[in-house]
Design a protein around this ligand. Structure first.
Ligand code: ZN
Length: 280
């Protein structure tokens, strides 16, 4: 067995440090992550935040990578304006050509977040646009040979059905299900297809995910913060940040019954495997 590094290394594979929430102290936030041994993947949610993620990755080449994608919530007509993402209330229009141009950048390690979200908007037209946008992003991931960063909420049967209907354009590994919230049965189907799963701050204060975390093999689990959203204990109610991923890994280690050092190292290697390039 290879020897483990003296200082544990952590991976926050789904976080948004490029968002407006950090405009006043981004350097300090990244500095705290560095001290905690945390590297991260800055996830895009539309063109503007994908572009900003790439810029940030360029500025911190050893610690930050980027993704490019269009979040399913942005296909909604009654889309609510999230001030973390943009200052103007105008809706961005899905443009796969523009996204593909961005995604060719070597800092980009995945396509997403993309997927389906029926939690807030159950309109059939919105669902159709989400499905179409998701399929377009699956094809993009296939063309560029990058894994998918999938967001799915209250829509796992449709998500699995779409993925199963496209075996010829799924990469190996196909990608990551960000903050998995489906059933055990759905987890098993996605495991069989080769997917990885991330868990975030919610697992430190809700017990609903313990069982599925115990079931998924540790070599398919990754850690995330989804910062600035949903902080882990003991930071609940405060703005989240990548350094707090340590608390998520601590909880995962606890549920798996192994040390935090071993868990963080396994997750780091899982991230190397999925994203292909982080070899230091
Ligand atoms: Zn996110």
């Amino acid at each position: 067995m290879e020897s483990m590094p003296v200082v544990p290394r952590f991976m926050d594979v789904h976080t948004h440090p490029q968002m407006l929430a950090y405009n006043s102290d981004r350097e300090a936030v990244l500095g705290r992550a560095k001290i905690a041994g945390v590297k991260m993947i800055a996830v895009g949610t539309q063109f503007s935040t994908s572009h900003a993620a790439i810029e940030l990755a360029g500025k911190y080449p050893k610690d930050v990578w980027a993704t490019v994608g269009f979040h399913p919530a942005h296909f909604s007509v009654n889309w609510y304006h999230d001030k973390n993402e943009q200052s103007s209330p105008e809706r961005e229009i899905f443009d796969i050509v523009a996204l593909e141009d961005l995604a060719k950048n070597p800092k980009v390690v995945a396509i997403g977040e993309c997927g389906l979200d029926y939690f807030r908007d159950k309109d059939e037209g919105t669902k159709d646009r989400q499905k179409e946008g998701f399929v377009a992003q699956i094809s993009l991931a296939h063309r560029l040979k990058k894994p998918l960063m999938i967001h799915c909420r209250a829509a796992f049967p449709d998500l699995i059905q779409i993925l199963k209907s496209k075996p010829e354009i799924l990469n190996s590994p196909p990608g990551i299900i960000h903050f998995f919230s489906g059933t055990i049965d759905e987890a098993k189907k996605l495991l069989d297809m080769g997917f990885y799963f991330t868990f975030g701050g919610v697992i430190t204060f809700a017990r609903d995910y313990d069982y599925v975390i115990k079931m998924i093999p540790i070599d398919r689990i990754l850690s995330e913060t989804d910062a600035p959203y949903v902080s882990p204990v003991p930071y609940r109610g405060k703005r989240n940040e990548p350094a707090y991923v340590v608390e998520v890994v601590r909880k995962l280690a606890d549920l798996k019954g192994v040390s935090i050092e071993e868990t963080s190292e396994t997750i780091f290697r899982n991230a190397q495997n999925v994203f292909g390039l982080i070899k230091s």
